[in-house]
Design a protein around this ligand. Structure first.
Ligand SMILES: NC(=O)c1ccc[n+]([C@@H]2O[C@H](COP(=O)([O-])OP(=O)(O)OC[C@H]3O[C@@H](n4cnc5c(N)ncnc54)[C@H](OP(=O)(O)O)[C@@H]3O)[C@@H](O)[C@H]2O)c1
Length: 305
């Protein structure tokens, strides 16, 4: 069996069977919810995929790669396109590139987001070239300054690279509340295409100033650490889903946590990470169906008090 055929069978077919909710959502053929990237007008599906830790396996390890092919296949089958990775995530870029290379022709439309996390232009260019090689893609959709490292310098470089067509969008990222004030200043002053930052039902600091600043300045927002790296699940272990879940079409705690995020008006997309196809199929359903209104968002947050 050819690799391409195997990709189709493992990445495209199995995930649909892996989770009954996905099969139900997709059987309606409804498109996934999309949000506008303000700087271009392009629409981006709200559910993406993070790759930190989960995609850091050896590309030659077939047993480790098989479930990740299904994770990626579930995203793409469901209409998702956004994959977030970084040079500092070990083998994650190489794994992403290898899995995409196995996809059938034409390559599925993906929105590849990576990062630079170093000082100086020379070092940044080396990282970008390595990312291009690992991802097997000359053109990248989004390059972000990782964790505010050498931000002013690297944003200037990224603006040049965007003009040259090497990347379509530029952004800045961080993952902790203590960076939010600096990020707010940068959003207002630099107006990058994207901000990537942490927000979850248990960590709402970004809602105070940072997300309103993004809305006011036309900066698209990607949300990282939506499950606080899995800690949110430990907080609700053994608890039955509240009645509220059915009101907003959620069949799991993961979907409640993700719909809480997606329902914020400043949020463009969210990038949960998972190594498990069934969890990806679970997460993807948050991209479909009703969203909580502001009062329902507060009821979700109160569940964790
Ligand atoms: N500074 C930055 O730029 C920055 C910082 C942090 C993160 N990020 C990006 O954001 C992404 C997401 O953040 P994160 O990786 O820190 O953590 P996260 O997405 O908040 O949580 C990931 C954890 O949740 C578990 N999980 C996922 N779906 C689940 C489900 N449906 N049910 C139960 N458990 C589930 C995963 O375990 P399983 O594998 O068992 O499913 C994993 O342990 C990263 O991968 C990265 O791309 C960027």
């Amino acid at each position: 069996m050819s690799d391409r055929r195997r990709f189709l069978q493992t990445a495209a077919c199995l995930p649909l069977l892996a989770h009954p909710w996905t099969a139900n959502a997709l059987s309606t053929k409804r498109p996934m919810r999309v949000r506008e990237i303000w700087s271009s007008g392009e629409m981006l599906p709200v559910m993406g995929l993070g790759t930190a830790d989960t995609f850091n396996v050896a590309p030659s390890d077939a047993a480790a790669m098989a479930p990740l092919a299904q994770v990626l296949g579930t995203l793409l089958d469901s209409g998702g396109t956004l994959i977030d990775t970084a040079p500092s995530y070990g083998q994650a870029e190489a794994v992403t590139g290898a899995l995409l290379a196995r996809a059938p022709d034409p390559r599925p439309r993906v929105f590849l987001a990576t990062k630079i996390g170093t000082e100086g232009h020379e070092s940044a260019m080396r990282q970008i070239q390595n990312s291009q090689r690992a991802l097997k893609s000359d053109k990248l959709d989004l390059i972000q300054v990782h964790n505010l490292i050498d931000t002013r310098n690297q944003l200037a470089l990224l603006r040049e690279l965007k003009q040259q067509g090497l990347t379509r969008y530029i952004g800045i990222t961080h993952y902790t509340d203590y960076a939010h004030d600096e990020l707010t200043d940068l959003v207002e002053r630099e107006k990058p295409d994207f901000l990537q930052v942490n927000l979850s039902v248990g960590a709402r600091n970004a809602e105070k100033r940072l997300l309103p600043a993004c809305l006011a300045n036309g900066v698209a927002v990607l949300i990282n650490r939506p499950f606080q790296d899995g800690a949110l699940f430990r907080g609700v272990k053994g608890r039955a889903l509240p009645d509220l879940a059915a009101e907003i079409g959620c069949g799991s705690w993961a979907q409640l946590f993700l719909k809480f995020i997606i329902s914020h008006p400043a949020v463009t997309a969210v990038i949960p990470a998972t190594s498990k196809p069934a969890n990806m199929a679970d997460n993807i359903l948050a991209g479909f169906g009703p969203l909580p209104n502001p009062a329902q968002r507060e009821r979700i947050a109160a569940l964790l008090d």
